[in-house]
Design a protein around this ligand. Structure first.
Ligand code: AMP
Length: 178
């Protein structure tokens, strides 16, 4: 079995969560499996090229993989958080949702311009969240050229959109549909 096949078997699908029509790809079952967690981390780390200063995890499930990947790559961890959560001075970026907008933030002094930042999240769907995180990191002067995800939903086009922003997109597993 390939690494992708092994990882796919460890990801659980919950239909119609959080709303009808959505197939929720649940990584909690992967996290419960020690060998699976190690395989996910090592496979992701092996795909990354060049030195990385910081691994940026997107709240909330990106926070799980950012530290494991950072340890594997010898990097630090940058938290990209929802609005109102960080205690220090922040910079923010808004992005469109199906209805309305959302906002992500980071500490304004998290890194000095030129820092090489790798973006990580559990899943890329439309890419709205990840693309906003790239804009945010670039606004702060970070150099972001790579992003890693456990899961890609290719039909939603997020990975393609992120690639058009100049990002090398690495995903461990693809799933059909939404
Ligand atoms: P998007 O901004 O559309 O790329 O959505 C990505 C974010 O939404 C990630 O943080 C995912 O954790 C979450 N997400 C979107 N679709 C799903 C899905 N089908 N299963 C699990 N998480 C999802």
């Amino acid at each position: 079995m390939t690494a992708a096949d092994q990882l796919r078997t460890l990801i659980r699908t919950i239909p119609n969560f959080p709303k009808p029509g959505i197939q929720f790809r649940d990584i909690t079952t992967l996290l419960l499996d020690p060998a699976g967690l190690r395989l996910a981390t090592e496979t992701m780390a092996a795909a990354i090229s060049g030195p990385v200063d910081l691994v940026a995890g997107i709240e909330a499930r990106g926070f799980v993989f950012a530290p494991t990947l950072a340890l594997a790559l010898g990097a630090g961890v940058l938290l990209i958080r929802k609005d109102g959560k960080l205690p220090g001075a922040t910079i923010a970026e808004d992005y469109a949702l199906e209805y309305g907008t959302d906002r992500i933030t980071m500490h304004a002094d998290a890194f000095t311009p030129g820092a090489r930042v790798l973006l990580v999240d559990d899943l890329i769907a439309t890419g709205g969240t990840a693309r906003a995180a790239v804009r945010l990191i670039r606004k702060a002067g970070g150099v972001v050229t790579q992003a890693a995800f456990v899961i890609d939903l290719p039909e939603l086009g997020g990975a393609r959109a992120l690639a058009s922003d100049g990002i090398d997109v690495h995903a461990l597993v693809d799933f059909e549909g939404h």
